[in-house]
Design a protein around this ligand. Structure first.
Ligand SMILES: C[S@@+](CC[C@H](N)C(=O)[O-])C[C@H]1O[C@@H](n2cnc3c(N)ncnc32)[C@H](O)[C@@H]1O
Length: 333
C-alpha cells in the first residue's frame, strides 16, 4: 500500500454501517496523540490514551476500522510502530537499518555495512541482527535484487526475530492473506530454499528453525502481499496536512517496506477520509483528512487516487485481489 495521491481531497462521508455486535478484539502497539478522556481507573499519566477507533466487521469488505468518537480534520488518529520493517536494497546505505530514517551525515553506528542512526536503534535492532549477522545473505539478497523482490526481505527479518525469541511465528496470522495461485507459490520456493539454506549453513540450531516450513514462508508472504506498506518519508515540518501529503507524494523517497498491525485493518477508498504518512522514519501516523463522525468507517487510499476508475480497478484487482466497493467506484460503474 502506498500513500494517497492528491486528488483524494474531495469530501465525502462514508455511510458504512458499523456492526457493533461483532467487534474484533485486536491488540496492537499504537498510541493516540489526540486528547481523549482518561479511563476513570487510571491516572492520565499512567498510559497513553487508546486511539479513538475500533476494528469491526463492515458490510462487504471484511474487517474495517471505525471511529469511536468524532475526529477533527487534521487530527492524528494514532501512530503505529511496524511489526517488521526493512529498507529497500537500494536504500540500505542511506537509511537506518532499524527505523529507516534517512542518514545524511553519518553519526550513528555502523556494523558490517549496515547503518544505525542512534544507540536506541542499535539496541532495538538486536532482536533480528544478532541472528542475521551469523549467516551469509549474499545469495538471498542477490535473489531479491535480481528478481526485484522486496517482500522476502521482510520474511527474512521476521524469521530472525522468531529465532531470537523476539516474535511469535504466528504474529501475522491475524492479517488477511492474499489468495495465491500455484504459480505464485512455485515462484516463492526459491526464496524459501535460500532462506532455509542461509540459516542451516550458519548452524542455527534446528529446534530454533522448526517453524520455518514452506507453508510458513508462503503464508507470511501471502499476508505481506496484501498488508505491506511502501514507506515514503515526507520529512521536514509541514504547516498543514495538504503540504505534508504533497511532500510525501512528490518526494520519491521510498526507503523500504513495513507491516503493521492496526493500519492493516484499514480498508481502501478511492476518496478516503484518512491518510497514512511517515515523517522521519518507519513509525506511521494516521491522520484524518476530513471531520469524521462517530461510527464512520476510516479508510485510506492504497494507490494513486488520481488514476482513472478503470486503472484503479485493475491495480486493486491484480495487486490486492479485490473489486473496490467504495462510493466513487460504485457511482462510476
Ligand atoms: C489490508 S486488508 C484491509 C482489512 C481487511 N478488510 C481485513 O478484514 O483484514 C485489504 C483487504 O480488505 C478488503 N478491502 C479493502 N478495501 C476494500 C474495498 N474498497 N472494496 C472491497 N474490499 C476491500 C479486500 O479484501 C482487501 O484485500
Amino acid at each position: 500500500m502506498s500513500p494517497v495521491g492528491l486528488s483524494c481531497y474531495s469530501r465525502w462521508l462514508s455511510r458504512f454501517k458499523t456492526i457493533y455486535s461483532q467487534s474484533t478484539v485486536v491488540s496492537f502497539s499504537s498510541t493516540a496523540t489526540t486528547t481523549a478522556p482518561p479511563n476513570e481507573n487510571e491516572t492520565p499519566l499512567s498510559r497513553p490514551a487508546p486511539p479513538p477507533i475500533r476494528v469491526a466487521l463492515t458490510e462487504s469488505a471484511g474487517r474495517g476500522v471505525f471511529a469511536t468518537r468524532r475526529i477533527g480534520a487534521g487530527d492524528t488518529i494514532h501512530s503505529a510502530k511496524p511489526l517488521v520493517s526493512h529498507p529497500s536494497l537500494a536504500a540500505i546505505n542511506t537509511v537506518c537499518y532499524f527505523c529507516l530514517k534517512k542518514i545524511q551525515t553519518f553519526s550513528g553506528s555502523q556494523r558490517q555495512g549496515v547503518s544505525l542512526c542512534c544507540e536506541k536503534c542499535k539496541e532495538s535492532s538486536k532482536v533480528f541482527y544478532d541472528v542475521e549477522k551469523r549467516a551469509d545473505w549474499l545469495d538471498f539478497d542477490d535473489y531479491c535484487r535480481t528478481e526485484g523482490m522486496k517482500y522476502p526481505l521482510l520474511v527474512k527479518r521476521l524469521a530472525c526475530m522468531v529465532i531470537s525469541g523476539a516474535a511469535q511465528a504466528n504474529i501475522v496470522d491475524i492479517l488477511q492473506p492474499a489468495s495465491l495461485t500455484q504459480e505464485m507459490i512455485l515462484k516463492m520456493e526459491e526464496g524459501f530454499c535460500l532462506l532455509q539454506c542461509a540459516f542451516s549453513k550458519a548452524n542455527i540450531r534446528k529446534e530454533h528453525t522448526s517453524f520455518l516450513t514452506k507453508q510458513w514462508y508462503t503464508a507470511v508472504l501471502a499476508r505481506i502481499r496484501i498488508n505491506a506498506f511502501r514507506i515514503d518519508l515526507a520529512g521536514g515540518v509541514y504547516e498543514d496536512l495538504l503540504s505534508l501529503a504533497a511532500a510525501s507524494v512528490e518526494a520519491e523517497s521510498a526507503v523500504g517496506n513495513a507491516i503493521y498491525m492496526l493500519p492493516s485493518f484499514y480498508n481502501h477508498d478511492c476518496d478516503p477520509n484518512t491518510h497514512i504518512i511517515w515523517i522521519e522514519n518507519a513509525d506511521a501516523k494516521l491522520k484524518a483528512l476530513h471531520d469524521i463522525e462517530e461510527g464512520e468507517e476510516l479508510r485510506i487510499c492504497y494507490i494513486d487516487a488520481s488514476l482513472s476508475c478503470d486503472a484503479r480497478q485493475s491495480i486493486l484487482s491484480q495487486g490486492f485481489g479485490f473489486k473496490c466497493n467504495c462510493l466513487s467506484c460504485k457511482r462510476l460503474g
